[in-house]
Design a protein around this ligand. Sequence first.
Ligand SMILES: CC(C)(COP(=O)(O)OP(=O)(O)OC[C@H]1O[C@@H](n2cnc3c(N)ncnc32)[C@H](O)[C@@H]1OP(=O)(O)O)[C@@H](O)C(=O)NCCC(=O)NCCS
Length: 158
Amino acid sequence: MKIRHATHTDDRFILEFLVRNARDHFNPVFLLKNFQAGLIEQFKRTINDGVCPMPDKEYPSSLQVAEIRGVPVGFMWNLQRTKNETEIYMVGVAVEHRKKGISEALLKNELSKFKSGHKVTSRVKRKSLAMKHILKKLGFAGKFYFPYRSQNFQLEIS
Ligand SMILES: CC(C)(COP(=O)(O)OP(=O)(O)OC[C@H]1O[C@@H](n2cnc3c(N)ncnc32)[C@H](O)[C@@H]1OP(=O)(O)O)[C@@H](O)C(=O)NCCC(=O)NCCS
């Protein structure tokens, strides 16, 4: 398994994954054509310019892919919210490659790049049990978020 920066050739794998898993794990608006256009724009800008347009402003962003024998099997998309804070925006691993440590490897690879004191956050939906398990395993603390449809996790790099 190799971890590399995402390229335009990963568009189908990542965007289809996000739409297919929108309702349970990401944002149900990704099922709507108008919002899919926004998601495609976020993907393109992240690859081309290293920034992701969000409703309030553009944030520096990066998108890493895990591949096996040249085929993308997982990804991790980050947004740098402030100089000292990065959000794990979205993570996914193809069903047939789950429970082999791929997302853990993607997360650990990213976390190793941050300096001591840097904050890493993630907002996780109620049904995303696997993601919650992984974050807790890596030392993130979880806080409930009203109205409890999602939970915020946070880690300060030591
Ligand atoms: C969350 C997700 C990325 C995990 O990917 P993965 O590569 O299968 O995870 P890993 O193999 O690295 O697993 C790491 C740990 O999580 C555990 N885990 C994996 N799937 C799990 C599940 N369904 N329920 C509980 N724990 C789970 C593993 O057992 C492992 O823990 P362990 O070492 O203590 O046994 C993957 O399940 C996925 O794509 N889910 C749908 C999208 C999603 O929920 N994304 C997160 C929202 S941002």
